[in-house]
Design a protein around this ligand. Structure first.
Ligand code: N01
Length: 553
């Protein structure tokens, strides 16, 4: 047990992992509070996910005007997005601009990976060890390491035999020209695969897409932002941000109040057409209130999208293979541009792995049963070890709880997706069981950093320098996240949302799906009541959060 009376002076107040959206805002916030801050970033520069994911076609599926910081009115007035869904390079330029504009780079050391972090209970400090072997001590440890930053292991049989070009979307290190005139295989048809496939098809001699589970690909309807639209947004930013903060998904998507099965088929179709035309359906619950809870209602929308696939893809056999069979939105839908149309190209073919997986590979071919596909290059778009992957990689340890891996051996357990019992002064920004998974993550990041900063300031004011959730409060939050997701179709479908994409990973749902608005109100209420369920300097305030959740409902 931590001794609450014997603090030692740290090197810095805050040690932070990562210089993406989370770490940069944490550095800004710490400076605002007058706290010393040391950030460490594996990459040579800022950007996080937008530094690494440079594959062709990479862009965000949240509109850029919302997928951006709200903390500075000057920043949002001076930055102008060029497109509705800005490409990776523009998002990275924006992050660089923020780093320069607020002089944040000086708080970080780049090319420095945090290899381990251990809690020193007698000194009330975290000691982090960098990959160089150097150590640094901070009172508080912030993980801004991202949810989708650790690529999944290359679990494709026989890959080690292949001697051609292999590249992963999440660590893209070639140019699209390197694939020109080649026979290319893309393995994986999640958001990353869906975005790069149409562009690779344009340059490859032949592209073979290896698809295990077809996903719903909704037309992004990306377009340049006109000067008028930009002006209107800039003159309304405070109201737009407010709407995002109290929305279900961190974008101005008001939850629907009527149910799909209560309206006529004609009315349903009209609404679905409308949603499809404006690139809706990503927040599927915004179209009808029962789409994410009632399988029958969902099927009406799912079948509508399947019909679009059949109308777009000329070869009926290929179209049938592309039709998803799980509920629409139960795992993250993809945003595409010309995705289904790509399968009408003469140089593109689709191989389904649904019934027969890849058997092995040779030096130049992918083998499936008795079939062999000769390829020069393989693009792996197979996803991430979401949320726990990046956190486990930090090798966070406390004498009381051991490693995070041990503490979460049977599944993730957190308090609000921000803290976890047994790991004092350790804060996860947009962590597992926060709304990050099913929301505009920038909204969740800013809210989490603000909340963490308020909590630390509150603890400092009380003279307590050790902050830790109680196990009881943590179990309340686990129950709330489980009860919330179990009312939805998210619970029915395998994906990275549930950890089921990684062999051996416990399948617990990795997010809170009650909406960013409700979560925000809950966190604010917890703050107002003196942080019930959090032990500060050894003292905890009752009641725990289950009651607050019921009260704000
Ligand atoms: O990863 P995924 P992703 N053999 O896990 C298949 C965000 N993101 O990088 O479904 C063969 O979704 C796997 O098949 P299955 C966004 O939140 C956003 O594409 O497991 N296939 C699946 O088809 C997104 O949800 C944007 O059966 C294998 C694919 O690979 C999240 O990141 C862009 C396989 C992996 O899909 C992850 O997206 C990019 C194997 N061994 C990413 N292993 C935008 O903003 C896996 N697969 C638009």
């Amino acid at each position: 047990m931590t001794d609450p009376t014997s603090p030692t002076t740290p090197d810095v107040d805050v040690v932070c992992v990562g210089a993406g959206f989370s770490g940069l805002y944490a550095a800004y916030k710490a400076a605002e509070q007058g706290w010393t801050f040391a950030g460490f970033e594996t990459a040579p520069d800022v950007g996080g996910t937008w530094h690494w994911n440079t594959y062709p076609g990479a862009r965000c599926d949240v509109e850029s005007i919302y997928y951006s910081y709200s903390f500075s009115e000057e920043l949002q007035q001076e930055w102008t997005w060029s497109e509705r869904f800005a490409p990776q390079a523009e998002i990275l330029s924006y992050i660089n601009h923020v780093a320069d504009r607020f002089d944040l780079r000086r708080h970080f050391r780049f090319n420095s990976r945090v290899a381990a972090a251990r809690w020193l209970p007698d000194e009330h400090l975290w000691e982090v060890t960098l990959d160089s072997g150097e150590t640094r001590r901070g009172r508080y440890l912030l993980a801004g390491s991202g949810g989708l930053s650790t690529p999944k292991n290359f679990d494709v049989p026989g890959l080690e035999n292949f001697t051609g070009l292999t590249v992963s979307t999440s660590r893209w290190n070639i140019s699209l020209d390197d694939l020109a005139g080649k026979r290319v295989a893309v393995i994986g048809t999640g958001s990353s695969g869906v975005q790069c496939i149409p562009l690779i098809a344009e340059v490859a001699e032949h592209l073979t897409v290896f698809q295990r589970t077809p996903n719903y690909v909704l037309p992004a309807r990306n377009a340049p932002l006109s000067a008028d639209v930009v002006d209107e947004i800039k003159s309304n930013y405070p109201a737009i941000r407010e709407e995002c903060w109290y929305s279900p998904g961190g974008i101005p998507d008001r939850p629907a109040t009527d149910r799909a099965l209560d309206v006529s088929e004609e009315e349903r179709r009209r609404r679905y057409e409308q949603a499809y035309e404006r690139s809706g359906f990503l927040g599927v619950g915004a179209e009808f209130s029962d789409l994410l809870t009632d399988p029958k209602a969902n099927e009406t929308a799912a079948e509508f999208v399947r019909e679009k696939i059949r109308q777009t893809v000329e070869d009926p056999k290929t179209a049938a293979l592309l039709e998803p069979r799980f509920p629409l939105g139960a795992k993250r839908s993809c945003f595409g541009t010309g995705y289904y149309e790509t399968f009408n190209r003469p140089n593109v073919s689709l191989v389904s792995l649904r019934d027969e997986p890849i058997t092995t590979m040779t030096s130049d071919s992918i083998i499936i049963g008795s079939d062999s596909y000769a390829v020069d290059a393989i693009v792996l778009a197979i996803g991430f070890d979401a949320f726990t992957g990046p956190l486990f990689a930090l090798n966070v340890t406390t004498p009381e709880a051991g490693t995070l891996q041990q503490a979460w051996a049977d599944g993730v357990r957190t308090y609000l997706g921000i803290m976890t019992a047994g790991f004092p002064n350790f804060f996860m920004i947009a962590g597992p069981q926060s709304p990050a998974l099913a929301s505009n993550v920038v909204v969740t990041i800013e809210q989490a950093v603000d909340w963490i900063a308020d909590l630390i300031a509150h603890a400092k004011a009380k003279g307590g320098d050790v902050i830790e959730p109680t196990t009881e409060a943590q179990e309340d939050w686990v129950k709330i996240t489980e009860a919330t997701v179990n009312q939805t179709l998210y619970a029915t479908t395998d994906s990275w949302y549930r950890g089921s994409n990684v062999t051996g990973k416990p399948t617990t749902f990795l997010g809170y799906v009650g909406g960013v608005g409700r979560y925000r109100r809950m966190c604010a209420e917890i703050g107002r009541r003196g942080y019930p369920g959090v032990r500060i300097g050894g003292q905890a305030v009752a009641p725990t959060i289950g009651r607050i959740d019921r009260e704000i409902a």
